[in-house]
Design a binder for this molecule. Structure first.
Ligand SMILES: C[S@@+](CC[C@H](N)C(=O)[O-])C[C@H]1O[C@@H](n2cnc3c(N)ncnc32)[C@H](O)[C@@H]1O
Length: 297
């Protein structure tokens, strides 16, 4: 598996912008809530130095194993195999504070490129899509067993699909689905004509992935905790990859920031920072990345 991961290497997005905006310094305490394959964490580690302190969280076991390899023997690095909501609750209980916090949301390149993980319809794989494989609910459970009404809700809320009711009816009638390609093929038959250039199954796969991993619920509940975990003048950066996530981040920054007398945050990025044309050429994932930054008052 290690060889496969290396061959589908994850390139960190907006790395230059993250470093400029979060500006880690020697001795800083850094919390990476989605440490993944350690791209951002290694850059921060180089700045924070041996006297800095790193707490790295990820709910994916393969990512965690990779992090353990990269930071082997470093006593100033703590690695937590956990979803970021549970990890944040634990860190708050421990009264921890951090100078720099980063959340680079969503999936990693290995998630998309390793067919057995079932995130991508471009290769044949099981309908899995679990970021944390200790979890029991998979995409197959949802697509093959959810009620039609539940499917409508998932397609509408997480895929923002216009004719969700009609599509849910067609998908429910075509059950069971055995693989990623099987489902993608059925969606393509149901939506034969489309103005967008992307495959018709794009939004269906996004919706299922968000539902399987409770992505929006975890993000919404975690954001206030992250603000609590910031030290005085500490900075937080959140990178999102679709509008549903970005909306939650923007709203939470607004709720806790602004000019009110009791505002806890200063919003550093009035508009989100996006990838440069140059970055998008060598890292297509950067195309939809949006970085928002705030500072604890
Ligand atoms: C875009 S990748 C992060 C890549 C990382 N910044 C790097 O440079 O290698 C996102 C990572 O977040 C993890 N992840 C997503 N949602 C999570 C959650 N709720 N809790 C913990 N980890 C999560 C995924 O497993 C994935 O490894």
């Amino acid at each position: 598996m290690q060889a496969e991961i290396t061959s589908t290497k994850h390139i960190p997005v907006l790395a230059t912008e993250v470093m400029q905006q979060l500006d880690p310094k020697p001795n800083d305490h850094y919390l990476d809530l989605t440490a993944g394959y350690g791209g951002h964490a290694q850059l921060v580690s180089a700045k924070a130095g041996a006297t800095g302190n790193l707490t790295l969280v990820d709910r994916d076991e393969q990512a965690v194993e990779h992090l353990k390899q990269i930071f082997k023997g470093k006593s100033n690095v703590r690695i937590m195999h956990s979803d970021f909501l549970s990890a944040s609750r634990e860190l708050l209980k421990e009264n921890k504070k951090f100078d720099v916090i980063l959340a680079d949301l969503g999936v990693s390149s290995p998630h998309l490129n390793i067919a057995e993980r079932g995130f991508s319809f471009s290769s044949e794989g099981p309908l899995d899509m679990r970021m944390d494989q200790r979890q029991s609910k998979t995409a197959a459970d949802i697509i093959n067993h959810a009620s039609e009404a539940e499917l409508v809700g998932i397609l509408k809320k997480y895929g923002e699909i216009k004719h969700s009711a009609k599509l849910a009816r067609i998908l429910a009638a075509g059950r069971p689905y055995k693989s990623t390609r099987d489902l993608a093929g059925r969606v393509a038959e149901a939506i034969p004509r489309r103005k967008k250039r992307t495959h018709p199954a794009t939004e269906v796969f996004q919706a299922l992935r968000i539902a399987v991993n409770s992505e929006l619920e975890l993000l919404e509940q975690s954001l206030p905790l992250w603000f609590e975990l910031l030290a005085h003048k500490g900075r937080i950066g959140v990178i999102s990859f679709h509008s549903l996530e970005d909306r939650l981040v923007k709203q939470a920054f607004r709720d806790y920031g602004g000019n009110r007398y009791d505002a806890r945050l200063h919003i550093v990025t009035k508009r989100p920072i996006v990838g440069s044309d140059k970055e998008i050429v060598f890292n297509p994932r950067a195309r939809s990345a949006k970085l928002r930054v705030a500072q604890r008052k």
